[in-house]
Design a binder for this molecule. Sequence first.
Ligand code: ITT
Length: 195
Amino acid sequence: KRVVLATRNQGKVKEFDRLLAPLGWEVVSVSAYPDAPEVIEDGDTFAANAIKKAQTISQILGLPAIADDSGLEVDALDGRPGVYSARYAGEHATDEENWQKLLRELEKVPNEKRTARFRCTLAFVQPGQPPLLAEGKCEGVILREPAGTNGFGYDPVFFLPQRLCTMAQLPPEEKNRISHRAMALHNLLEKIREV
Ligand code: ITT
């Protein structure tokens, strides 16, 4: 079972690899294909972007593809940055620039109003077939200072009340037990099994 991961985000690739390899899936990143195109993410939902990424890559390479579109929804910001999470602080912003901007935007927001969630939508496409979609989420609170160095993206400022630490303080295998991505992948694998 071979699948191309239609992502250029190395943090995502590492997590999928850890999750899928034990199940006998051979995971290949799209970065291994020099001719694979850059997919423009112009959808306004996670699902639209995930479908577009998976369909484009699957069609061009002629292989099954999984795409992940994910992001952080902050309640005090009416759900932003949402689908714009990767480029919140600008088109080529680093993870650190993005969470720094988030902390600035939330400076005046009191602790009890800093609730947020990560969301992930996965699309699985086999050449010539309609996409299978699956979703996952993970609830948390945005801190005022970063803590931890694991993971990627907004993990250092995403506090997990049940674990009393940030996502970036969890070892990778622990993140993979509770994350939005892990939940979505679990749901996707159920659907793949049904087909
Ligand atoms: P691809 O489109 O190539 O997959 P991307 O990073 O642009 O890579 P998205 O458009 O889905 O992917 O953006 C997701 C952003 O949401 C990501 O860059 C992080 O800032 C944030 N994010 C998603 N999952 C996360 C996680 O598990 N931990 C921390 N931040 C996460």
